[in-house]
Each structure stands twice: as C-alpha cells, then as structure tokens.
Design a protein around this ligand. Structure first.
Ligand code: NDP
Ligand code: HSE
Length: 437
C-alpha cells in the first residue's frame, strides 16, 4: 500500500523533532500504523535557513496555505503555534477534508469548540495529544484509559519551562532571567515566554484537561490564572522548613457547586510524588472514583518528547483513516451532544488552605491582632513560624499556614491585616493543597 502523505506546518523545535522521529523510527512506526507515512510538503517562514535535520524529499514553501490546499495530502500537522494563522489554516485543512494533528494548546483552548464542530461536520479527526504535558500521553489516558471513571479532580505540573525555572532557582539559587534564557535555548519556552511564566500556557492546558475530564466545553476565559513571577526565594525556604515544596499547579476539581479551574503556585507536602517532579518534567495526578489516584510523569517540553506525542497522534489517525467517523474516539472524550453545562466556580468560592508571609513590627500584640482578624473570618491556623528580626528594632517575618477556607474570606482577612499599622508592605499568599485522594 502507498504511504500516507502528510504536510507539516512549521519546522521549528517540534517540527524538527517530528521529522527526525518519523525518519529514525519509520520502519517500526509503519508496522504499528499499518502504512508508511511520508512528509511530502512543509512550510516555514524562512525556507533558505539550514535546519539541524534532514529535509530531503520534502517540498518546502513559505506559504502554509499551499500545504493545506495540496489535494495529495491526507493529514496536516500544525506546529506553527499561536492563534493566527494557525486557526485559519486548521479550519481550511478541515474544510479540505484533511485530518489534523496539532501541538497548539492556545489554539485548542481558545478555538477548540469551533474547530471540533467543523471537524465533526466534515468527518475528520483533530488530534492534540502534544498540546498537554509534552510527551506524556495524558489525553489518551483520560479519554480512553480512564473512560470508566467519574473523574473527581486532577492536578498537574503542566508547564515544563516554569518547573525548570523553579527547580533551578531552588537547587542552584540561579537567577530567574538566566534560567528562563536557558529554557528558551533548549526549545522549552513558548514564542512569547510570558505565556510560560505568567501561567497562560498552563491555563490553556488546564482548559483542555478539564474539558476531557468532566465532559464540559472548553472555557479558557474562566480559568483563574497566576504565574510564578511573584515567588520569592525565601518562600521556597520557608515552605521547605514547614515540610512543603512550591510547585506551579493546574487544578481542576468537581465540587457540589460546580467546577474549579485554577492555575497558581501551590505548596504541596514534600512527601507527595508530584512534589518531587523537577526540571522540565511534568506530572499529572488524576483522581477517578473507580481507580483512585493515578500519576502520569514524563518530559513536558522539548523537541523529541513532544514529537513522540505528535507522531503517536499521526499513527492513531492513520489507523483510523478508513473507520466510520461516528465510531471514533470523540475529540473531547464525551460525545459532542452529551457535553454538560456544569457551572465554573468563581475564584471567590474556591476553598483551599494558605501559606501567608508578612513583615511586621516587632512588638507585643501584633500576632494577636493578626490572629483576631483571621478568627473573625473563621480562618483557623495550622502552623506559625516567626523569624526574629535581623537586628533589634528591625521588622520580623511571620509565616502562617491556615486550614481550608473560602477565597472570599481570605481576601477580606488579607485586606484587614494589610491595613494594620504594624504590618509592612504586601502580604505574600500562596495556596496550599494536600492532594489527598
Ligand atoms: P518554533 O517557534 O520553534 O517553530 C515554529 C515554526 O513555525 C517555525 O518553523 C516558523 O518558521 C513557523 N512559523 C512561525 N510563525 C509563522 C507564521 N506566521 N506563518 C507560517 N509559519 C510560521 O515553535 P515550537 O516548535 O516550539 O512550537 C510549535 C507548537 O508546538 C506551538 O504551538 C507550541 O506551543 C507547541 N509545543 C511546543 C513544545 C516545545 O517544547 N517547544 C512542547 C509542546 C507543544 P521559521 O522556522 O522559518 O521561523
Ligand atoms: N512552553 C511549554 C512548556 C511547551 O514549557 O511547557 C510544552 O507545552
């Protein structure tokens, strides 16, 4: 049988990894897919540039629309990134009856509802395993492996760049900007790295995970998003003294009142496996009612780990080329007419425990004022750590861990504490999760 012909949009980090993996493992991949797979066309902005991989046999073009309009191609792989022109290209490929594979989480999180509807209508597949957690097959695990379960919550380290930065800062005391530059050099970071460090990339991925876990539409605009830029080295140290690690987590949880979707730095007990996931590695903890907690771990970014997920999707598409579109695995795990409209909870209604760090005047009664305000908001304290002032007469540092409380109560308490004359500057607040099943 002739090989399946495929077009590639983008020859950057992931595009290059995909070309390399498909070439190197061509024989085994063909044995798995049942057909050979040939990249016959590809696009990039600069087609003169020497690439660090072999593009022989691939017709290169600057115009990606030439690729999606090529009648010879059965599959288009979108590895450009961003919303435009990726959205227009993917919709045109679908309209042309081509199956699509993409690693683009921004595209799926923001335009996935429209794209999947178009694909459903046209009877083609849009596969996006590489869009979440790099090389970890987490989409397949949730959509297929855990299909028996009612998923209660999931929590993941889902941005490799952010985890790499936090790890290097903790282990080597390396400055933030230096580690970010290294992540860019290694091909981990997004084209705009603020997406990594401000939590936007993780929010894209969490949107996708929540949709396939709970059977709800993609709702990126409802994710509460906080990045890693405000974590100070002393917070990492104090958290360690109290038995915790700080990780940047995406959390999606089903509660009686609705679904929580949030991305923020989080204290996790250091004994949890996920607290020990370091560097560019990602991990996703999924709690299903039948299976209990399950943990998925692997490289969250980088050329070949991401290509591993892209190529797995290509193999899946090739295997199902002749299957009845109605009987394929649904894009968002649940049948399109069976998605539910569970409400997404506003952050004020979310309940978590907290780590608080504040600088206070070193005099009797200050701690009592702080604890009175917390008590008035029914916030109970789990632990207190008070650091002596560096010199007599200087300010002291107070660190508090609280029990779980609604975010709205904590916001009111923090406003009242900040207004105390004895409290200096802003209070650092980091949410804390024990991640018990
Ligand atoms: P790169 O920036 O390395 O590559 C992008 C490619 O697209 C380049 O070949 C570039 O051309 C081409 N390109 C960029 N803009 C345009 C445009 N406007 N029109 C046509 N072509 C364009 O990105 P990555 O490979 O890192 O990322 C690709 C996708 O994969 C993104 O969606 C990203 O989020 C996702 N992803 C990335 C991971 C990673 O580890 N890097 C991991 C998981 C997902 P040229 O080469 O000429 O500049
Ligand atoms: N920039 C992303 C990250 C790439 O660092 O996780 C993988 O999605």
């Amino acid at each position: 049988m002739d090989p399946v012909k495929m077009g590639l949009l983008g020859l950057g980090t992931v595009g290059g990894g995909t070309v390399e993996v498909l070439r190197r493992n061509a024989e085994e991949i063909a044995r798995r897919a049942g057909r050979g797979i040939a990249i016959t066309r590809a696009s990039a902005r600069d087609i003169q540039r020497q690439r660090p991989f072999d593009t022989s046999g691939i017709v290169l073009t600057r115009d990606p629309f030439e690729v999606v309009d090529d009648p010879e191609l059965a599959i288009v792989v979108e590895l450009i990134g961003g919303e435009s022109p990726a959205r227009e290209l993917v919709l045109r490929a679908i309209d042309n009856g081509k199956h699509v594979v993409t690693a683009n989480k921004a595209l799926i999180a923001k335009h996935g509802n429209e794209i999947f509807a178009a694909a459903q209508e046209r009877g083609v597949m849009v596969a996006f395993e590489a869009a979440v957690a790099g090389g970890i097959p987490i989409i397949k695990a949730i959509r297929e492996g855990l299909a028996a379960n009612r998923i209660q919550w999931l929590a993941g380290i889902i941005n490799g760049t952010g985890n790499f930065i936090l790890t290097e800062m903790r282990d080597r005391g390396a400055p933030f900007d230096e580690v970010l530059a290294e992540a860019q050099r290694l091909g981990y970071a997004e084209a705009d790295p603020t997406f990594d460090v401000e939590g936007i990339d993780a929010a894209h991925k969490l949107t996708i995970l929540a949709a396939i876990a709970f059977g709800i539409p993609l709702q990126f605009d409802k994710v509460y998003t906080e990045g890693i830029t405000r974590i100070a080295p002393e917070d990492v140290d104090y958290a360690a003294q109290l038995g915790y690690r700080i990780k940047h987590l995406g959390i999606a949880k089903r509660t009686a009142a609705g679904v929580e979707m949030r991305v923020h730095p989080t204290l996790i007990p250091h004994r949890r496996l996920i607290a020990n996931v370091d560097g560019v590695m990602n991990a996703v903890l999924v709690n299903g009612d039948a299976v209990g907690p399950t943990l998925y771990y692997g490289a969250g970014a980088g050329a070949e780990p991401t290509a591993s997920a892209v190529v797995a999707d290509i193999v899946d598409v090739v295997r199902t080329l002749t299957s009845d579109p109605e009987n394929r695995v649904p894009h968002l795990a649940f049948q399109p007419d069976a998605l539910s409209d569970l409400p997404i909870l506003p952050m004020d209604e979310v309940e978590t425990a907290y780590y608080l760090r504040m600088t206070a005047e070193d005099r009797p009664g200050v701690l009592a004022e702080v604890t009175r305000i917390l008590g008035d908001e029914r916030i109970s304290i789990e632990a207190i750590l008070q650091k002596e002032p560096p010199a007599p007469g200087e300010d002291a540092t107070i660190i508090l861990l609280t029990h779980r409380v609604r975010e709205a109560n904590m916001n009111r308490a923090l406003a009242a504490i900040t207004a105390l004359p004895s409290i200096r500057g802003e209070i650092q607040r980091i949410r804390l999760e024990t991640l018990e099943s």
